[in-house]
Design a protein around this ligand. Structure first.
Ligand SMILES: [Zn+2]
Length: 218
């Protein structure tokens, strides 16, 4: 059930009329249930700040890191990370303006290019080890999936994985690599994933519990 749709399961011999009557008689229950579903989707915890300004924290690799702003004479926006915090350098003339989105987009760009590097290094490590070679790797922005592997072994991965713990990101990359060998989610597929990533169940659970929050993005 979603907040907009209900599904009624009935035996074939039951007439449509009776199904409609049944749904009508359950109207109160349906409304209460729909309300609950709606509320649960509204209370997804957001990991990113409401407004991007000096001193806020952003999610990164399963933790939160502080963002420090610096205003420079340059006209460019630049992001650096020193393992402890992010520094976003902004043009001095943006100090008066509402620069919230400027900071946000700069961090998103930085994370996307970081995702490209990290995904490539994970794939380099595992491809040779397990003989699983993707044709192409692409980093995408997706609202509902972490990764995918096409029939020609093109692997897409969501840059939002940069917000998850490194081991979780590694699991998703391994998961997609394993699809080169096993196209479906059969028992054999999961055995292969387990062989290459023994703790995969833990990482999958992490995604189940925190995935919706991460999908909210920056
Ligand atoms: Zn899969």
């Amino acid at each position: 059930m979603t907040a907009e749709k209900i599904e009624v399961v009935a035996p074939l011999r039951v007439s449509e009329r009776r199904i409609h009557d049944f749904v009508k008689s359950k109207q109160d229950w349906i409304e209460t249930a729909a309300d609950k579903v709606l509320k649960s989707t509204q209370t997804i915890k957001k990991l990113s700040p409401e407004k991007y300004r000096d001193g806020v924290s952003v999610p990164f690799k399963g933790e939160h890191k502080k963002v420090q702003l610096e205003f420079t004479a340059s006209t460019k926006v630049n992001v650096t990370f020193n393992q402890q915090f992010f520094t976003v350098e902004l043009p001095a003339d943006s100090i008066q303006k509402n620069n919230h989105q400027l900071i946000r987009f700069a961090l998103i760009d930085w994370m996307k290019s970081r995702a490209v590097k990290e995904v490539k290094s994970i794939i380099e490590e595992y491809a040779d080890k397990y003989n699983l070679y993707p044709r192409r790797i692409r980093i995408k922005t997706q609202k509902s999936r972490w990764g995918s592997c096409g029939i020609h072994n093109d692997i897409n991965l969501n840059w939002l994985l940069m917000l998850t713990p490194p081991k979780v990101m590694e699991y998703v990359v391994i998961h997609e690599l394993c699809h080169i060998q096993e196209r479906n989610h059969s028992a054999n597929f999961w055995l292969l994933v387990e062989k290459h990533c023994p703790d995969y169940k833990k990482h999958r659970l992490w995604l189940k519990q925190n995935g919706q929050s991460v999908m909210q993005g920056l």
